[in-house]
Design a protein around this ligand. Structure first.
Ligand SMILES: *Cc1c(COP(=O)(O)O)cnc(C)c1O
Length: 399
């Protein structure tokens, strides 16, 4: 039997069984649902996209997978080329892995070893944000700050190697003054903290972080597993402020195959590039560079560019602002909108209990968590469909 994610199996509400999916729609035996979650924010082109299907099928005719240890293949070479030209600055060196969490692990490993290779062994600390979410593996949990994972703190106590700060410039400056010489990196979900509650903050914080990282010689890591590929209204937030390492996942393959990539700039790459074998990055997920994933990712980026997704996302944001204008309820703490993300935060999580089923009955799939009722729709959604998602959210509060 299946052990489902983030669920108490004893009280689990039965998951909806999907028998088909196309465009923005999921089909159960008796219903057609708009996927307002894009399957954990990944299915940006919708389901059964003919060009995405074709890209995978034509790779499949050659082979589905070969390992990258001692072998290479055209789909991975093409994707790394695509990423090199598509990503800003000198983010040119792509290390593939099978999931966002692993991509984050790789980034953190790179940051630590970067200084070890330069004989700065005292730089063992990581600066991170309060409410951060970076994945469910152990180091990712340690740099994260999600109440769901605090059982680890109970077990091990607070980490000496991670400091969490709020997204405030004063706190940022203080952290660098206090720990600047001991940090190897500052890791952030830039502009939009997803699983920590769709929290949004200003780019000025990231600009200041870049300056301080330069001044204190600390690496800046953008975990863009969620924010990458348009979610904030930018292709990647790295277009606004250039990090030393970026991690991409979720929408990387258009939600077709689990894959992630940790892309480093020259400064990081060069610290590993040496005659000394111990300077090498010793990491290698079995399925890194999977050919089906690479073919999907390359096609996904091509579609993103060719179909001008940034303008689609701008439209989604405008329509969302229009629809949410004037919406208020005494139980609502805040409504936040950025790019292709809208979040209604309530004071009390009880207030949104039952929403999943309410939405289901109105033809929308939604998965609220804690105090957050949100939508992150596929970018191919049309106006009528988006309005349905948003009015379902609003009507819930008017019952
Ligand atoms: C989802 C997510 C991850 C983890 O990705 P997985 O593919 O689930 O391992 C890491 N960082 C952020 C910001 C995410 O949203």
């Amino acid at each position: 039997m299946i052990w489902y994610p983030y669920a108490q199996m004893k009280t689990l509400a039965a998951p909806y069984k999907i028998i088909d999916a196309e465009g923005v729609y999921l089909y159960t035996e008796d219903r057609k649902l708009i996927d307002s979650v894009s399957s954990w924010w990944s299915v940006i082109h919708g389901y059964k996209n003919p060009e995405m299907n074709e890209a995978i099928e034509s790779q499949m005719e050659k082979f589905a997978h070969v390992m990258l240890g001692g072998l290479t293949h055209q789909a991975a070479l093409d994707l790394s080329d695509k990423l090199r030209t598509w990503l800003p600055g000198d983010l040119n060196y792509s290390f593939f892995s099978d999931s966002g969490s692993v991509g984050v692990e790789v980034a953190l490993k790179m940051a630590l070893q970067y200084y070890i290779n330069r004989s700065q062994k005292e730089r063992t600390m990581v600066l991170a944000l309060e409410h951060a979410y970076h994945g469910d593996t152990f180091k990712a949990m340690e740099v994260g700050d999600d109440p769901d994972y605090h059982f680890v703190l109970e077990a091990y106590g607070k980490s000496r190697n991670v400091v969490h700060i709020p997204t405030e410039i004063d706190a940022l400056e203080k952290a660098f003054r206090d720990y600047g010489e001991r940090l190897n990196c500052f890791i952030v979900e830039p502009l939009l903290q997803g699983a920590g509650g769709m929290r949004m903050y200003d780019v000025s914080f990231l600009r200041r972080a870049r300056e301080l990282c330069d001044r204190y010689d600390v690496l800046l890591i953008f975990d863009e597993v969620a924010t990458g590929f348009g979610r904030t209204g930018n292709r990647v937030v790295a277009d606004l402020v250039l990090p030393d390492i970026i991690v991409l996942g979720k929408a990387l393959t258009g939600g077709y195959v689990g894959h992630a990539v940790t892309v480093a700039g020259s400064k990081v790459y060069n610290a590993f590039y040496d005659d000394d074998p111990s300077f090498a990055l010793m990491h290698g997920p079995t399925f890194m560079g999977n050919a089906l994933a690479c073919a999907a990712a390359k096609k996904s980026i091509e579609l993103f560019e060719r179909e001008n997704y940034l303008s689609k996302i701008r439209r989604i944001e405008e329509m969302t602002r229009r629809e949410m204008e004037g919406f208020s309820d005494s139980s609502v703490k805040e409504v936040r909108i950025m790019g292709g993300c809208v979040c209604i935060e309530v004071y009390d999580s009880e207030r949104i209990r039952g929403y999943r089923q309410y939405a289901y009955e109105r033809g929308v799939f939604s998965r609220p968590f804690l105090n957050f009722l949100y939508a992150m729709v596929p970018y191919i959604i049309d106006e009528e469909e988006l309005v349905r998602v948003l009015s379902t959210m609003k009507e819930w509060f008017r019952r």
